[in-house]
Write a protein that binds this ligand. Structure first.
Ligand code: SF4
Length: 399
């Protein structure tokens, strides 16, 4: 499919809207009322520090709702107001935050169900309204919804669209897109759908494996097996790795994306030499500002003398997981929770998700005596949720 031509025609359709229905100022005010927190505001004003008896809470200097998420959530609320009686659907969670998604469910916005990764669009009818989330939707989903006569409200974050433009450029110049991301993540699925030939690498280790293959032609069968779900149909590692460009899922660990970019640039330099490099390697910066700021703030936070760190965000939120990775890399006792309810006030427990593991219950969560707690939250977490967590810590410390 000519994805650019499809996008152009979609953007001209009167059943497509990517600007919302209200003024950006009103949108910001409405959201402030729903999700902002006065406690967090006052902690910010106090140099991101709260001191309460034996408890010291240090907030990361950038955390929580990013611009793209705020915009998507506000557009979803506006959509309900603009279409009070129509059936409204959303192709996925608007953002990876349970409380925001529950709020939308309460407004009678329906989520398209999926079984084993396959979405069921059968309930959607001509004239229904369908919201595309902040991390976008695949071009095939957009085409299906457009053909079915739906009104499409597209809240895709412009940072994500920028990555799509990047892979479109790779495709136009017959470069393979190497996407640093999680191949099953909705954003990467959407990005891949706009790419021509692509390969998704999860981390530096996988990137090194690919770089070695480029230089030394490794085991082809093993390569195809390893990337069977993370490459475009018919991917041929002996041909499709001759001209490559790098892009990323916007919420990956920035330092790792940069390292992967440098690795492939060096690899292509070694293989083809400086005179030929532009015919074999394309680099664009597709790291989102908000992700970068939050990760940088987390690196500063972990330099503080902390006894423990609480990272708040959806368990399937990629940017939250990367914040937790930073805490773990410094050996700090850390807890990833999705909602304040995971902290038991009466029995000093926490149910949290260690990286790559299932939920576990930990007792004696807040230690005795003076305690320094660092807090950060993912781009999909409203300040109100962070406030609620801090209030629970305050109560526990008072016991
Ligand atoms: S994290 Fe970045 S790319 Fe994702 S919604 Fe926020 S601003 Fe957009």
């Amino acid at each position: 499919m000519d994805t650019q031509a499809f996008k152009r025609s979609l953007h001209h359709s009167d059943r497509y809207n990517r600007r919302g229905f209200g003024s950006p100022t009103k949108r910001a005010q409405a959201l402030e009322k729903a999700y902002q927190s006065t406690l967090i505001g006052s902690i910010r004003d106090n140099g991101y520090l709260l001191e309460h008896g034996r408890l010291r809470v240090r907030l990361a200097e950038a955390f929580g709702f990013c611009w793209g998420v705020e915009r998507a959530v506000a557009m979803a609320y506006e959509t309900r107001r603009h279409y009070p009686n129509e059936s409204i659907w959303i192709t996925n969670e608007i953002i990876h935050n349970p409380s925001v998604n529950d709020h939308l469910r309460n407004m009678n916005v329906r989520f398209i169900s999926a079984e084993k990764g396959v979405k069921d669009f059968s309930g959607i009818e001509d004239g229904d309204v369908v919201i595309l989330p902040a991390f976008g939707a695949t071009v095939q989903e957009m085409e299906l919804l457009h053909e079915r006569g739906c009104h499409i409200i597209d809240t895709t974050c412009p940072w994500v669209s920028k990555v799509w433009h990047t892979v479109e450029k790779h495709k136009k110049h017959t470069f393979t897109s190497i996407i640093h991301g999680k191949y099953k993540h909705e954003e990467t699925l959407a990005t891949s759908s706009f790419a021509g030939t692509y390969l998704v690498v999860l981390d530096l280790e996988e990137a090194k494996y690919v770089a070695n293959y480029i230089l030394e032609n490794g085991n082809r069968e093993e390569f195809l097996k390893s990337f069977s779900k993370a490459s475009s149909p018919g991917f041929d590692p002996d041909k499709d790795l001759e001209r490559i460009g790098v892009a990323n899922q916007t919420t990956m660990l920035k330092s790792e994306t940069e390292e992967i970019g440098r690795l492939f640039e060096k690899t292509m330099l070694r293989k083809y030499g400086p005179a030929e490099i532009n015919q074999h390697f394309l680099a664009f910066n597709t790291i989102c500002d908000a992700t970068e700021e939050r990760q940088d703030a987390m690196f500063s936070l972990v330099d503080e003398p902390l006894d423990m760190l609480v990272v708040i965000g959806g368990f399937n939120s990629s940017n939250t997981t990367h914040l937790q990775e930073i805490a773990i890399s410094r050996g700090i006792r850390s807890f990833h929770i999705d909602t304040p309810e995971r902290i038991g006030e009466s029995d000093n427990t926490i149910v949290h998700k260690p990286l790559g593991e299932d939920l576990i219950l930990e007792e004696s969560f807040l230690p005795d005596g003076p305690v320094n707690v660092g807090i950060s939250s993912g781009a999909s977490t409203p300040d109100r949720v962070v406030e609620h967590v801090i209030n629970k810590l305050i109560k526990l410390s008072d016991q």
